[in-house]
Design a protein around this ligand. Structure first.
Ligand SMILES: CC(C)(COP(=O)(O)OP(=O)(O)OC[C@H]1O[C@@H](n2cnc3c(N)ncnc32)[C@H](O)[C@@H]1OP(=O)(O)O)[C@@H](O)C(=O)NCCC(=O)NCCS
Length: 213
C-alpha cells in the first residue's frame, strides 16, 4: 500500500528490509546528543529492526526522486477498551524539511491506526524540540503533559561508585588470571554459578584470595 502525490513528488510506502540501515543513519543525524540527549540515547538500530518486526504496518518511509526523505515508526497500544496510536519516531532529512514530508507520513500512519481501531494518538519528544512541537501542534496534537526524567552519574555515587570500582577490580583480576591459565584453579560449576548478592561485603576476602593465587 502506498500513495503518490504528483505535485510534491513525495512517495510514501512501507519500510522494507533495505531501508533499515538508511533509516537508522538518518535518525542518527537527527537525534543528536547535543540537541536531544534522551532521543540520542534511545535511538539505535534495534529500534528500527524491532518495530519493523513487530509493527511493520506502522513503519513507513517517504521517498522523493528515489531518495529517502523521511520515516515514521509507530505502534498501537491497547488498554482496557481504548486503542492508542503511538508515534515513536519521526524524522525528515534536513534536505527535505518544510516540504510536507512529515505531514504525509503522519496522515498515512494515523489513517492506518484509525483503520485498526485507534481513537486516540500519543507522541512525545524533547521539550526543546520546537520544530517538532510546532509540527505536532499544527497537526492537532495538544494537551501537553510534562514527564520528568531523572538521571544519576553512578561513578559519583558513594555506594554505586564503590560497586563500579569493585567491578573494575574484578575485571582486572579476571584478565590477570586469563594470562596465566596454567595456575588458574577451575571452580566447581556450583560455585561458578553462584550470584554474589553483596560483592562489597566479600571484598576483603576476595583480595586475600587473589593474593594467594
Ligand atoms: C519535526 C519534523 C519531523 C518536521 O518535518 P517536516 O517534513 O519538515 O514537516 P512539514 O514540512 O510536514 O511541516 C508541516 C508544518 O509543521 C511546522 N513545522 C515543521 N518544521 C518546523 C520548523 N522547523 N519550525 C517551525 N515550524 C515547523 C510548520 O507549521 C509546517 O508548516 P509550514 O512549512 O507550512 O510552515 C522535522 O523537522 C524533523 O525531522 N526534525 C528532527 C527529528 C524530530 O525532531 N522528530 C520528532 C520527534 S521523534
Amino acid at each position: 500500500m502506498s500513495s503518490f502525490d504528483e505535485t510534491e513528488a513525495i512517495y510514501v510506502r512501507e519500510l522494507g528490509i533495505d531501508d533499515i540501515a538508511p533509516v537508522y543513519h538518518l535518525g542518527e543525524g537527527l537525534f543528536t546528543s547535543d540537541l536531544y540527549p534522551y532521543l540520542y540515547r534511545t535511538w539505535d538500530e534495534w529500534e528500527v529492526i524491532g518495530l519493523y518486526n513487530t509493527d511493520p504496518e506502522y513503519c513507513l518511509v517517504a521517498e522523493t526522486d528515489g531518495e529517502l526523505a523521511g520515516f515514521i515508526l509507530g505502534t498501537i497500544i491497547t488498554k482496557a477498551s481504548w486503542t492508542y496510536g503511538y508515534i515513536l519516531w519521526l524524522g525528515v532529512s534536513p534536505k527535505f524539511q518544510r516540504r510536507g514530508v512529515a505531514d504525509k507520513l503522519v496522515d498515512k500512519v494515523v489513517a492506518r491506526m484509525i483503520e485498526d481501531g485507534a481513537r486516540f494518538m500519543l507522541v512525545d519528544t524533547d521539550p526543546t524540540n520546537t520544530s517538532a512541537l510546532k509540527f505536532f501542534n499544527r497537526k492537532g496534537f495538544g494537551n501537553i503533559r510534562q514527564h520528568i526524567f531523572l538521571s544519576m552519574n553512578l561513578s559519583k555515587h558513594e555506594y554505586y561508585g564503590r560497586l563500579i570500582d569493585y567491578e573494575h577490580q574484578k575485571a582486572e583480576r579476571a584478565g590477570y588470571r586469563r594470562l596465566r591459565p596454567a595456575i588458574r584453579a577451575r571452580k566447581p560449576d556450583s560455585v561458578a554459578n553462584e550470584v554474589v548478592l553483596n560483592p562489597l561485603a566479600g571484598e576483603s576476602q576476595t583480595s586475600e584470595d587473589q593474593s594467594s593465587t
